[in-house]
Design a binder for this molecule. Structure first.
Ligand code: ATP
Ligand code: MG
Ligand code: MG
Length: 355
């Protein structure tokens, strides 16, 4: 049996572990706060479920291991400044941006980027945390401690948000899942749908963009690219060098899930273009108590992360990949009364994507 160590023991690490079982890959997620040392062997691989980590005994040990796959990619993508610089270097479309330097002013940013400007902390932000809007000239200021610590982006008036999850083997071969349509509310992903025929004309563009990035980084494994769709084109929002929430539907809807694909790549096992079954829908469970009634909804595939429930915290998700869109619609109808009221618009949005 080969063993793969994962830096991070959140839900992504747990789902990697779950995906390793049928292949007899022993996946060992490691808590980043741990001060233990672990019995890593020279021939084993190390991967990560997050792009950034604190300096602890555990992370020092894993990051120093020669089998840490993509080690050099993490610092580039963990800092929005170097991530955006890479996207620009490869001449890929992204929201126009500036580094917020020591002497940068809000007026200067409005002049360069327009009326609405979104500041994003260079590191550490997720689920829309670490963002600050400059809503109109003369109104909002740059917070003091954001100078040199943030980038500023032009507000994009996008039609919708999509993402693509791709994989690359150590022989350079890339494969991709179909584009996923995502609904983010206040910066948090609440629902995804894939594949959608109406997005298929954007697939080649998305694959070209993510493929170029993975090749430039000589990346091995699964990478996700979040995009804004503006008319018939995509602008890159951000990249994640790991399995991604918007790819969770692949657990139900693809012959090889994103988790298995990542493990295969890291372990040097064959990669294939995953076969996609029917349309899949994913509902993210955010800040809500577990309800075993979800399990009684025909077709629901629940992943409950076993974390303490806190407002705004991702605590689970439910996948559906049913034979027909009519069945998906009735499953969502059955789920609706079992979710908090704020899910009403999310379920409406998901149903509106169905035929
Ligand atoms: P994640 O949890 O996906 O890692 P994050 O906190 O890293 O999120 P982003 O993905 O950069 O942050 O932004 C979160 C959301 O904010 C986006 O999904 C989008 O809805 C909105 N957003 C981000 N950038 C812009 C922009 N330039 N213009 C308009 N909306 C934006
Ligand atoms: Mg992010
Ligand atoms: Mg994001």
């Amino acid at each position: 049996m080969s063993r793969i160590w994962v830096l991070g023991a959140g839900q992504l690490g747990q789902m990697l572990k779950h995906a390793g079982m049928p292949l007899d890959l022993e996946v060992c997620p490691v808590d980043i706060e741990s001060e233990e040392t672990f019995p890593l062997q020279l021939h084993e691989q190390v991967t990560a479920e997050r792009e950034q980590w604190p300096d602890t005994a555990a992370t020092r040990q894993l990051a120093a291991h020669p089998g840490f796959v993509n080690l050099n990619t993490f610092p580039i993508l963990a800092d929005r400044f170097t991530q955006k610089s890479l996207i620009d270097k490869l001449e890929l479309a992204t929201a126009p941006w500036r580094l917020v330097e020591a002497d940068t002013t809000a007026e200067g940013l409005h002049q360069a980027l327009g009326e609405r400007v979104l500041l994003k902390r260079r590191t550490g932000g997720y689920d829309g945390r670490g963002q600050h809007w400059l809503r109109e000239p003369g109104r909002d200021a740059i917070p003091d401690d954001w100078h040199t610590q943030a980038i500023a982006e032009q507000a994009i008036d996008f039609d919708e948000e999509v993402s693509i999850v791709g994989m690359r083997g150590d022989d350079g071969q890339c494969h991709f899942y179909p584009l996923t349509l995502n609904l983010h509310v206040n910066g948090i992903l609440l629902g995804s749908v894939s594949p959608l025929a109406r997005l298929s004309h954007l697939q080649a563009e998305a694959e070209g963009m993510l493929g170029k990035l993975m090749n430039d980084l000589d990346y091995v494994g699964v990478m996700a690219m979040e995009c804004f769709r503006v008319g018939d084109h995509l602008l890159i929002n951000e990249l994640a060098p790991r399995v991604h929430n918007s790819g969770h539907w692949t657990q139900a809807g693809a012959s090889v899930s994103q988790f298995e694909a990542h493990l295969r790549a890291v372990a040097g096992l064959p990669l294939v273009k995953p076969r996609v079954k029917n349309l899949s829908v994913m509902v993210n469970l955010v800040g809500t108590e577990r309800d075993n009634g979800w399990l009684a909804v025909d077709g629901a595939e629940l992943y409950w992360y076993g974390k303490e429930v806190r407002p705004g915290r991702k605590v689970g998700h439910i996948n559906f990949c049913l034979d027909s869109q009519a069945e998906t619609r009735s499953a969502l109808d059955r789920l609706e009364p079992l979710l908090p009221a704020n899910y009403g618009p999310v379920l409406d949005w998901l149903r509106s994507q169905l035929d």
